[in-house]
Ligand binder design. Structure first.
Ligand code: GLC
Length: 568
């Protein structure tokens, strides 16, 4: 009861302060275009394929789409290596297809943001091809070039995929920096001409009608002045060290985002959703605080980094919610194209696939912040086992595999580990039906289809009203029509219980109580005060016959979750 009274008192203040915005109310769905739907039978997803599936997305109820890169690219990192920012890669279609896609999505009431990949380009981008020709050409300072130091790389920085972050260029007789693969040279954001080019390119996309960008590596653009060595922990004998502290959140990054916001985004009323690594909530506030005018939303890796440990997830949600309350807006996400499948990490995909997939989606759609989910989460797509090295297609995973094998690790153990954490898990073709290639394509797909498609697929689940798909659709509907789930205050309910978890979301009209059993066994808990009223109404539950409340105790089945509404 106390919680509830406290909530409604607070809410009165909040309603006045919290300005409504589409991106606070949105339910974002990430499309990984290569794997969504192949319309022309070449084994790769494309824009006309996405257009065909827009009514599907409308029916599911999502209101905003995040499209992973569709720019022209040699596809070394599946499009996160752009060779022309103003063309659509022929794999995906044409600019006309893109414009048609935007118009149709808008006509169906869905907003669209696209990936903005400007920490680096492809090494095939004309800017880099020119930059590497000499030290004096027109684009010579578009990238980060450095002389050798004592015949070696300028510092000990490691790239994200292992090895040095510097590659020697024979023609220029200099090293260039690449925080990712050597085919992804980092742009030199300290050069005002780079800034101008990128700003102009962003405006051209805004003119094409998009609603905003997802900023890939958005806090990495500016590197530490002087390129000092990354600090080495005592006993660390590795030659190259990841330079997070010297490339993330560096002086100048906030001024830059502020400028992007003012010069590029504001005139179009567009938003930015930043992929920001290595952030404390306090640092996060510097990017998305309402007073900052830099970004609207940021990605919280704290949930994905918890790697399935629910106490860490709930702790991260609590700390970020507290830090951001009335000062900034949160997001919530369990997976994206760089992570394993959420049900395989946070649920029990083996024994309680259905219940645990539904529970994860319940958490996602009821916890504070704008929810983002990845194509396939609405049917509980899960990880697939990698049985041989040839099945690793992703540049990062291949490189990790090679390094671990070279360091003498057992091949079976490495493959088992990578099966769990491999980025390809998130990228296998969307499972539309139990037809050949999961109904994704009429041709062998670019990446193997998860064999589970025979029973985990859209068509089968749409026919079954108890399926994950129908559950997610209902959840989305509930979220859309329940302001407390968007703007309501957040209060964790059982602070010391890590298995039975719950929270309340309250506004002036109602309190929504969401309860979870994060375990593959039965559990029970005393009925929270807020539910001890006739007004408590069960809105949704993920098991078919939830046990009634007896003796003030709530009994939960494995991975059970319930959503209650208590009107005030
Ligand atoms: C981001 C992307 C990832 C990509 C990397 C380099 O982390 O999400 O897929 O490999 O940036 O662009």
């Amino acid at each position: 009861m106390l919680c509830q009274m406290h909530a409604s008192k607070n809410m009165k203040k909040e309603i006045k302060r919290e300005r409504h915005a589409w991106w606070k109310e949105a339910i974002f769905y990430q499309i990984y275009p290569l794997s969504f739907y192949d319309s022309n039978g070449d084994g790769k997803g494309d824009l006309p394929g996405i257009i065909q599936k827009l009514p599907y997305l409308k029916e599911l109820g999502v209101t905003a789409l995040w499209l992973s890169p569709i720019y022209k690219s040699p596809m070394v990192d599946n499009g996160y290596d752009v060779s022309d920012y103003d063309s659509i890669d022929p794999t995906f279609g044409t600019m006309d297809d893109f414009v048609t896609f935007i118009n149709r999505a808008h006509a169906l009431g869905m907003r669209v943001i696209i990936d903005l990949v400007v920490n680096h380009t492809s090494d095939q981008h004309p800017w880099f091809l020119e930059s590497r020709k000499s030290r004096t050409n027109d684009k010579s300072d578009f990238y980060i070039w450095h002389d050798a130091v004592d015949g070696h790389e300028p510092n000990n920085w490691a790239s994200d995929i292992g090895g040095s972050a510097w590659t020697w260029d024979e023609t220029r007789q200099q090293y260039y920096l690449h925080l990712f693969s050597q085919h992804q040279p980092d742009l030199n954001w300290r050069n005002p001409r780079v800034k101008e080019e990128i700003f102009a390119m962003m405006r051209r996309w805004l003119e094409r009608g998009i609603d905003g960008f997802r900023a890939d590596m958005g806090n990495f653009y500016i590197k530490a002045e002087g390129f000092p060595d990354a600090p080495r922990a005592p006993g660390d004998t590795r030659r190259y060290i990841h330079p997070e502290g010297l490339v993330a959140n560096q002086p100048g990054i906030h001024e830059l985002w502020h400028e992007i916001h003012r010069e590029v985004l504001e005139p179009y009323n567009a938003i930015v959703f930043g992929e920001l690594y290595f952030l404390t909530p306090e640092e996060g506030l510097h990017y998305v605080g309402y007073d900052r005018k830099e970004m609207e939303l940021l990605y919280q890796y704290h949930i994905m980094d918890a790697r399935g440990r629910w106490p860490e997830v709930t702790e991260a949600v609590r700390t970020w919610a507290e830090a951001f309350a009335h000062k900034a807006w949160n997001t919530i996400t369990f997976s994206n194209h760089d992570s394993p499948r959420s049900v395989s990490v946070y649920g029990d995909a083996m024994h309680y696939h259905d219940a645990s997939a539904k529970l994860i989606m319940t958490f996602l759609l009821t916890a504070p912040g704008t929810p983002f989910f990845l194509q396939g989460e609405e049917i509980g797509m899960n990880n697939m086992t990698v049985s041989c090295a040839d099945e690793l297609t992703d540049i990062k995973m291949r490189s990790i595999y090679e390094q671990r094998i070279a360091s003498g690790e057992d091949q079976g153990a490495v493959l088992a580990d990578l099966s769990q954490w491999n980025r390809d898990n998130a990228r296998t073709p969307m499972q539309w039906s139990d037809a050949e290639y999961a109904g994704f394509s009429s041709h062998t797909p670019w990446l193997h289809v998860n064999p589970q498609y025979t029973h985990i697929n859209v068509a089968t689940q749409q026919k079954d009203k108890h399926s994950i798909w129908h559950y997610v659709r209902r959840l989305i509907m509930i979220r859309k029509y329940t302001p407390a789930l968007v703007y309501g205050d957040f209060m964790p309910l059982f602070p010391d219980n890590y298995i039975m978890y719950g929270f309340a979301r309250s506004d002036k009209d109602e309190t929504i109580v969401v309860l979870f059993n994060f375990a593959s066994w039965d559990n029970y808990i005393a009925v929270p005060d807020v539910l001890r009223t006739q007004r408590a109404q069960l809105l949704l539950c993920n098991v078919l016959s939830p046990r009634p409340i007896t003796d003030n105790t709530l009994f939960f089945q494995p991975w059970e979750t319930r959503v209650y509404s208590v009107s005030h």
